[in-house]
Design a protein around this ligand. Structure first.
Ligand code: ZN
Length: 438
């Protein structure tokens, strides 16, 4: 992976559009933490990357949890007494509370209202509700429609099933020179929601394609899992090998117009934290760094004390902080190709730092080497040349075996890619030697 390849304003062609197109393909599916929506999602993803789908049977104990029964849904609606469908799952899969048990009954408005969910503050939007671990059923609708409901006898049908089956997740492994791994994890369990769910999924797919096309120092493991129960299940099944994970990122909410946000790992000063913060600091755009809290996405499972994996979370606007969050307004218009591409570029930049962040030893440590006689000092240079020389001097000075290139970038305030290029130049002239850690 070269650092130089990250330069330029549009380095990835139409990748933002490509990510958005994949989201559009996945958007109509009714996903949940189990079920055919997940399988179909992974099938579509497998058109892009050859991931492996796993099925874990209902009832499997996973640490303190149990793999739940599998939920599927065919259709659902509410009809008035004239037989008119006033709400139809076919129009939006958000209309049904996710994991609703099957229902077929007639009831009056008062009783129906106990099973209706709306968002009075955004009366045109349909909320997204789930009831995974408590048997229940319900419908979600626009508050405007709710207010127009008349006294009537309604027929409600939820043609769903909740039965023994499997929990489905996908995994894609890319072998690198080292068995040490970078973990990229995204959740895939939300139905038609874009920023929260599909943006992270799509970015991860294109990141996997991109990383797969490069020579790699690290091995990469991409997880496409239902939130919470998926990461718990994966950790329970892979406990023996999680020690290989040296760096990790949960990717979610990366397509909205907000500024980039990086939530630090539990460790707070892991290499991924420093790499991601360096990228955002030098991005030229506004950004936010959030401290770790044991809430949010799957980073909280990876960061449980029994694992304490160095996994941060890359977002734009965090969950719950944009009004469209968990509503029908988190749709394909809310996430835009430009923002997806910007998030993608930042993720790639951080991975590039991890790939090339090595520690070197100055081979001429007693006083400065004479750069001029090696052609490294160019007397005619202007501002760029002076900053290049300054970078060479920083790298020479701090390459005492104790400072990695990222340490040097941070201490000098220089960009990591400049530091990396200076190191390449010095290596080529025999002035640096790589230190191989074990
Ligand atoms: Zn969510």
């Amino acid at each position: 992976m070269t650092v130089a390849s990250l330069k330029g304003s549009q380095p990835y062609g139409e990748i933002g559009q490509d990510m958005h197109r994949l989201m559009a393909d996945l958007y109509p599916l009714c996903r949940s933490i189990t079920g055919d929506g997940l399988r179909e999602t992974l099938r579509i993803v497998s058109n892009h990357i050859p991931l492996k789908a796993y099925e874990v049977p209902t009832g499997t104990p996973v640490f303190d949890w149990t793999v739940p029964r599998e939920w599927n849904i065919v259709a659902a609606y509410i009809k008035n007494s004239k037989g008119e469908k006033i709400l139809d799952f076919g129009h939006s899969n958000l209309h049904v509370v996710n994991y609703s048990v099957p229902v077929r009954k007639k009831l009056f408005l008062k009783e129906l209202k106990e099973h209706l969910f709306t968002l009075p503050e955004h009366p045109d939007w349909i909320p997204y509700r789930t009831s995974y671990y408590q048997e229940n059923w319900g419908f979600c609708m626009a508050h405007n429609q709710y207010q127009r409901l008349e006294e009537d006898e309604y027929e409600v049908v939820i043609d769903s099933s909740l039965s023994d089956g499997d929990l489905t997740y996908g995994e894609y492994y890319l072998k690198g020179q080292s068995a040490d791994e970078v973990l990229i994890s995204c959740h895939i369990c939300h139905p038609s929601l874009c920023n929260d769910n599909l943006s992270g999924l799509s970015l991860s797919v294109f990141l996997a394609k991109y990383v797969g096309s490069l020579e790699r120092r690290y091995s990469y493991r991409f997880l496409f899992i239902p939130a919470t129960i998926g990461s718990i299940t994966w950790l329970a099944r892979n406990e023996a090998q999680v020690g290989k994970i040296k760096h990790g990122l949960v990717i979610t909410c990366v397509g909205d117009p907000g500024k980039s946000t990086y939530k630090k790992s539990r460790q707070g000063d892991a290499e991924i934290d420093r790499a991601m913060m360096h990228v955002l600091k030098h991005s030229g755009a506004d950004y936010e760094i959030a401290e770790f809290i044991p809430y949010g996405y799957d980073e909280r499972q990876y960061a449980s004390p029994g694992f304490n994996l160095p996994v941060g979370c890359l977002m734009r606007t965090p969950n719950g902080r944009f009004p469209e969050y968990h509503t029908s307004a988190d749709n394909l218009d809310f996430v835009r190709p430009d923002y997806l591409e910007d998030s993608f570029a930042k993720a790639v930049s951080a991975l590039s730092i991890l790939e090339t962040n090595k520690t070197y030893l100055n081979q001429n440590p007693k006083c400065e080497p004479q750069l001029g006689k090696r052609g490294l000092y160019r007397a005619t240079g202007g501002e760029n040349e002076r900053s290049r020389e300054m970078t060479l001097l920083w790298v020479l000075n701090l390459s005492d075996g104790q400072h990695s290139l990222l340490d040097i970038a941070e201490r000098s305030g220089l960009r990591f890619d400049s530091v990396g290029m200076a190191a390449s130049e010095l290596l080529a002239h025999g002035l640096l030697a790589e230190i191989h850690s074990s």
